[in-house]
Design a protein around this ligand. Sequence first.
Ligand SMILES: C[S@@+](CC[C@H](N)C(=O)[O-])C[C@H]1O[C@@H](n2cnc3c(N)ncnc32)[C@H](O)[C@@H]1O
Length: 300
Amino acid sequence: MDLTQVVSSILETNPRQAAMLARAQETLREDERSEVEAYLALEADFGFTPKDLSSAYNLVVLDTLREQMFFRRNGRYRHQRFSDVASSVYFSPDYMRQYMQGLALTGFLWPNHVSIRRYFSDFLESVVPGQADYLEVGPGHGIYMASAVRCGKYARYLGVDISPTSLELTRRMLTHATGAGEEPARFQLQLGNFLETSFDRTFDLIVMGEVLEHVEDPASFLRHAREAVSPSGAIFISTCINSPATDHIYLFRHESEVEELATRSGLSVQSRLVVPYHGTDLSQSYAEMLPINIAMVLSR
Ligand SMILES: C[S@@+](CC[C@H](N)C(=O)[O-])C[C@H]1O[C@@H](n2cnc3c(N)ncnc32)[C@H](O)[C@@H]1O
């Protein structure tokens, strides 16, 4: 299975995305193309076909459109409580698998997700080798955590996710990323709510990609991360503004809210990336309440 086959299959049901998907493929860097092709080869090894992957992607597109319509009409996300979405999303193995497979693809096909993923890669690139501990909260599909393991700058990697399906997807991704014969103790995966997880060590990097909008109280998440990061460590977060999805329950309306939350949690912003909605600038995105993506590197 390769990306061209998956995109052709997506376009059979979703022809309106033709221009965007053509552009996405043209602008993929060589290393990214290898990464996405390796990911698709892994899915094929597990018996998934281009049609399965395109259905997963189209599920994310349709769910997002449905929630965007709700957001436009009501000015809020449909759900505000974790319990509203827990059983239909995180603890629903089929739905969660498809959701994460679709989301993994958007990281290579949607310009906003490509920008955030590249920002993360550039950050990893800038890390000095020889670090001790890496923690990822909510690795989901496992693409980010796999690239961190591949970069090899940390001695130990730990992933914590509340969804058994996410953990399983991450496990196979990491096993694949590290290759046969890799010492399994180098990475560990733990099932649980990050807020209820205590650690016997601090971390040089904590990554929380697209998690804060999925929790009821993101301030507690950032405070818990602050306690778990080493004094010279960093916390990488990405989240979104005015960006409805099936399981987004915390609505950020402005980038300043994310920054205030970080500051109130005792963290300072080292760098940030703000990505307006595709084809608009930031002021237009805000004026029309269109989704904006944001990533930040935070420290104590
Ligand atoms: C949208 S996915 C993000 C996947 C990936 N990190 C990314 O950036 O694309 C959110 C992940 O966070 C996990 N999650 C949500 N609430 C959590 C919590 N309280 N503790 C740990 N993981 C959580 C979900 O199960 C899911 O795997």
